[in-house]
Design a protein around this ligand. Structure first.
Ligand code: FAD
Length: 445
């Protein structure tokens, strides 16, 4: 397939790259505009990343936190969805270079009048890519399922392991990174071990599992006020998580994790299940746009966009979400938090600018409205910082629950997740405790 420009409607063609939080909002705000929209994603679904860790710990199933992009826009005649990977940009010709997602063919190039790029970010291993194979992360659905299998398989292996030291390594879980995802992950593993699995095994006692949360800073949840970090730490300790702050990971391999020792030496922790929840880096699309436009890039790979979210010299190209930092009114680049509300507000803003331009009017610069910060730790335990109001415990947890249900895509998903959570709350159960992706020798034959 060669170049595809538009479907031939003659309308202004807006191409949105990425059906994550930013891209989805941009498309939603353009669905009744006099434009033709093509949403390009290498996945055929929108993923609600804030709940992938619940898939990784068997609390939710994949289909409950993902929704097909085509289904979201099925009633919007001006929106088309294209399953393809964006490989490059030709900004002069106003075309995207596409790569097919096997086995689905895709046009080699896709033309646009306006381009909105929302490619997101991915976990970075601080220059140690070799750690990735031993420390899985929960950014994608595939990786969350891999973590689920790894965690559950660790309990199975411990049950089958006769040697005490090896059994202990299987029952030692290390989470690297004390941000919201790391805290949530550690809390969920603790509940899995202490609550859900407590009667499932005959040789081991899952409640004796060690769960360690390692953070290089001097407290967890550094984006929250210190009082809430302290509250979160106490909640984690109550769940049986050992919080190791001020400790840096200096090695990860199949045998475990090495931390810098307090005395200048190194401490090795034998563990067969390590989860990575530390630093992220912007999508490679950000770097490519920076190269092509001369825009600045920071050390997390984010491209710097102007105050209206466009690339310098290219008012027809917007970049939004996790992959950007934005110039403020004074021209200074500002890094906004890597959270869904930022991407969503930027997606809506880009769409409003497109609509204003079509009307021949101007639109004000982007301004982020911070609505607050939430993180959950476990059953009825969370912290919330909402416009200076600091909450902990059940109230914060209820706020967390409502916000997540509200922003989940699809009525059916909201209902299913609500039922699942209610059921789990009463029974302490987790229905999706499946080890997938493993196959026996006879299956392979
Ligand atoms: C585990 C985890 C927990 C989180 N928890 C929270 C939370 O509780 N609250 C919160 O507010 N935020 C949370 N976040 C952050 C939030 O998910 C991100 O800030 C948000 O997803 C960013 O939106 P985005 O549109 O920039 O990118 P994304 O939502 O990541 O979307 C990027 C999209 O681009 C597509 N894509 C990427 N490259 C290409 C390409 N080359 N070609 C085609 N398609 C491409 C991807 O498939 C994806 O669909 C969490 C993130 C993670 C990983």
């Amino acid at each position: 397939m060669g170049i595809v420009r538009t479907s031939g409607s003659g309308e202004h063609h807006v191409v949105v790259v990425g059906g994550g939080f930013g891209g989805l909002q941009a498309v939603s705000k353009l669905r009744r505009a006099p434009v033709e929209v093509t949403l390009v994603d290498r996945r055929n679904f929108h993923l609600f990343q804030p709940l992938t860790y619940q898939v990784a710990t068997g609390a939710l199933s994949p289909g409950e936190i993902a929704y097909p992009l085509r289904a979201i826009f099925k009633r919007d005649r001006n929106v088309g969805v294209l399953l393809a990977e964006v490989a490059d940009f030709d900004l002069d010709a106003r075309e995207l270079h596409l790569r097919p997602v096997s086995p689905v063919p895709a046009p080699e190039r896709l033309g646009y009048d306006t381009l909105i790029v929302a490619g997101g970010s991915h976990y970075a291993y601080f220059g140690h890519e070799e750690w990735r194979m031993h420390a899985a992360e929960v950014k994608s659905l595939e990786s969350a399922l891999a973590v689920r299998s790894r965690l559950l398989a660790a309990f199975e292996a411990a049950e089958a392991e006769p040697a005490a030291a090896a059994r202990e390594a299987w029952l030692t879980f290390v989470v690297v990174g004390g941000g919201a995802t790391g805290v949530e992950m550690a809390g969920q593993i603790a509940e899995l071990a202490r609550d859900t699995l407590r009667r499932d095994f005959r040789t081991i006692d899952p409640r004796r599992a060690r769960i360690l949360l390692v953070e290089a800073a001097d407290r967890v949840l550094t984006s929250f006020p210190p009082s809430l970090s302290a509250k979160a730490e106490r909640s984690l300790q109550r769940l049986g998580v050992s919080v190791l702050t001020g400790r840096t990971v200096i090695g990860i391999d199949a045998a475990g994790v090495t931390l810098d020792g307090r005395d200048g030496g190194a401490e090795h922790i034998a563990s067969r299940a390590v989860v990575w929840a530390a630093g992220v880096t912007a999508s490679g699309l950000a770097g490519r746009l920076a190269d092509l436009t001369g825009a600045e890039r920071d050390n997390a790979g984010r491209v710097t966009v102007e105050a209206d979210l466009t690339l310098p010299g290219h008012p027809e190209v917007f970049a939004i979400g996790d992959m950007v930092r934005v110039r403020n009114a004074g021209g200074e680049p500002v890094v906004l938090p890597g959270v869904a509300p930022v991407a969503m507000q930027q997606g809506r803003h880009a769409a409003r600018v497109v609509r204003a331009r079509l009307r021949g009017s101007q639109h004000a610069a982007f301004r982020y409205r911070d609505k607050g910060n939430l993180a959950t730790i476990g059953r009825a335990a969370a912290v919330a910082d909402i416009k200076g109001v600091r909450l902990g415990g059940f109230l914060a947890w209820a706020a967390w629950l409502l916000v997540h249900l509200w922003y989940l895509i699809g009525f059916q998903n909201r209902l299913l997740v609500l039922i699942r959570w209610s059921f789990s709350f009463v029974t302490h159960g987790r229905g999706a405790r499946l080890i997938t992706g493993a196959s026996t020798n006879s299956e392979q034959r």
